[in-house]
Ligand binder design. Structure first.
Ligand code: ADP
Ligand code: MG
Length: 238
């Protein structure tokens, strides 16, 4: 409809893919459960950012997604809120069996930031998360993993370590996020990313987020995402 086209145009939202859902212009339209909306309201957020408005209905359909938008555009919550819904939609959770949601991020700083956002917005539903990154003792990270978590936020190198020493497993992961994919590839994490993706069941949902869209990110998307939607905010010449 005309309003949808106008909404997208005004916010510089471009979309690609088949069966594209309309953006949700308000938080309620995203049909998040009350416990999620409550936290959003408490945070004082008045409306979804463009990447959230278009990304949420796509992610909530369970489809793969590439989201391209500059830093500061709200990409974290674009995948965290659907992740919370995804976890709470699981019929039965066996504790200590590895995460359901895996977020890969390039640096410790970013991983910690994502964890804080996740803890804040997933708190109401008792979702447990932990952060796995290098340059820190493994003990507490291993303990968290053993205690059972639904969400793991990890830098690729330390995650591989943990997998090789069998401190966790990815067999339960059904929602995979690659955040700041361009930075992860710039930092040389491509072999680790490949290795990790290959350990996760192929019927998972995969979401890839990036501020730029260079060749190497495109080929990772082609290889590890299926029939994906693409949302771009702003210029498409990233
Ligand atoms: P990006 O990953 O795109 O760089 P972030 O996810 O880090 O962006 O979000 C940037 C800031 O915007 C964060 O402080 C976040 O809490 C805030 N934010 C996210 N969504 C909204 C919203 N709908 N309204 C207002 N602020 C928001
Ligand atoms: Mg981000």
């Amino acid at each position: 409809p005309k309003e949808v086209a106008e909404y997208r145009k005004r916010r510089e939202i471009s979309v690609d893919g088949t069966g594209i859902p309309n953006p949700c212009t308000t938080f309620d339209e995203a049909s998040f459960p009350a416990y999620v909306l409550e936290v959003v309201n408490k945070a004082g957020f008045t409306e979804p950012t463009p990447i959230q408005a278009q990304g949420w209905p796509m992610a909530l359909l369970g489809r793969d997604l590439v989201g391209l938008a500059e830093t500061g555009s709200g990409k974290t919550l674009a995948y965290v809120l659907p992740a919370v819904v995804h976890i709470n939609a699981q019929p039965y959770l066996e504790p200590g069996d590895g995460p359901i949601v895996l977020v890969m991020a390039p640096t410790r700083e970013l991983a910690v930031q994502i964890q804080q956002e996740t803890a804040r917005f997933g708190s109401s539903s008792r979702i447990k998360n932990t952060c796995i990154y290098g340059g820190a003792p493994k003990g507490p990270q291993i303990r968290d993993l053993r205690n059972g978590v639904e969400i793991v936020i990890a830098t690729p190198g330390r995650l591989i370590d943990m997998l090789e020493s069998r401190c966790t497993s990815l067999k339960r992961v059904t929602y995979l996020v690659m955040d700041e994919a361009d930075r992860m590839l710039d930092m040389g994490f491509e072999p680790q990313i490949r290795k990790i993706c290959k350990q996760i069941r192929p019927d998972r949902q995969t979401l890839l987020w990036s501020a730029t869209w260079p060749r190497d990110v495109q080929s990772i998307a082609q290889e590890f995402l299926k029939d994906f939607y693409q949302v771009t905010i702003g210029s498409r010449d990233l």
